[in-house]
Design a binder for this molecule. Sequence first.
Ligand code: ZN
Length: 464
Amino acid sequence: MTCFMMQQGVFLVLLTLLSLPVHVHASEQAPVHAKTYSEPVSFDWRNLIHRSQLAGLHVFEGDHLVLITDRPRRVGDDIEKLPEIFDEAVNVWADYYSIPLSVVSDWKVCGCLIVDRERFREAGLLPDAIPDFTNGYCDHYRFWFVDQSNPAYRRHLMLHEGVHAFTTTLLNMSAPTWYTEGIAEWLATHRLMQDTETYEHTPIPSSSNDVEQLGRIEMIHRLYNAGGATGIQEVFKLRPTRHGTIDSYALAWSVVAFLTTHPRYQEAFVAMEQNPFDKRMTHRLTTHAGWNPTVVSRDFNAFISEIDYGYDTDSMIIDWSQGDLVPDEGVASSVAADRGWQNPGWCLEAGQHYRLQATGLCTVGAIQEGDGQLELKSTADGISIDWYRGKPLGRLLAAQWVNKGSKSCFELTGEGAEIDFIARRSGPLFLKINNPPGQLRECRGAIRVQIVHDESVELSPSEK
Ligand SMILES: [Zn+2]
């Protein structure tokens, strides 16, 4: 699913050999729109279809896709449904880029689902001009992808290459790799609705069952836990490759997910996505008013440290303000159960001793009991009915942010209803109630947390 785009000259020659365009829309008929796009070129795919059938290949056709495959038909196979799913996805992509459906209705591409590359070469369907690729390759109105044993991942690859075809032809996209790969991943990520088996765009999947074998989120966790997560500036520098690694796709997806959903960056991202989709997109993004590279990097690192299935950025936004020193008499605040890391406004001093005491109960989830739902209530110590990231659900976590470049992270200072610690650094304290991000919408209430600065025990920062 790489996306080395061929040079325009090679592309034109190739298509001339295959079939001639039968109709080109007059661009002056296009409606005026905030975003510009190219009118689709309509190809007559009949020659290609005929050639495929002569070679004994299967052809499935929808409104926007001619799918050719050498995959043997099997009982219960979903291959014939792929063009229909592709059509549904095209509507979502058109909506994303504000391209009227009347324009998209004439857009149709040809995709080859390959088991044996030789059969396609022999049939003249995989020209020598197409370079070797690992999973997939897109050349404007045509793409090729390698068959997968998992139906969900096979669909994902088809849609990933389909997004490349869509953006290259209709938007003349020649964008930096992080964007082309990130947006292809973003727009391809989906699940099939349970009853209708139709395409539903789930750019941040709510369950791993919806995106079997995709593994983007797990890859980010692995990178993060191994200390190998990359800063946003490094992802911006990703280079195109025909054999893209899963981690580079995961990181490209994570940057698009971050910029698309985070309220601090949505405006800059949308502004960047106005034409032209050229190599200067990153420059336009990072010079947008309000783009602060330090805060962006910190927000991105926090994002990838917390990303998980069902992640909802709105409930995970972090207030980085420094706050005030903890007064001698102590101070109290509430920690909401339905949010990620929260900043109560307490600025700690390195080497100082603090005590936290948490009281109250909050709802940290629900379980099915009979016909109804039973709410799970928890104190700040948490409940052991379920665990997340090695700690009981509902457990109060306290942390400080550690700046270590691309490895910046939250460092726990303590957990539970009674926390006693010496601050390792000066800066704000962050608190949250342990729960998977996807479960926060089931949570309610807050617990009360009081902090006291204990001057009876003090260490200098050097003694920490
Ligand atoms: Zn790609």
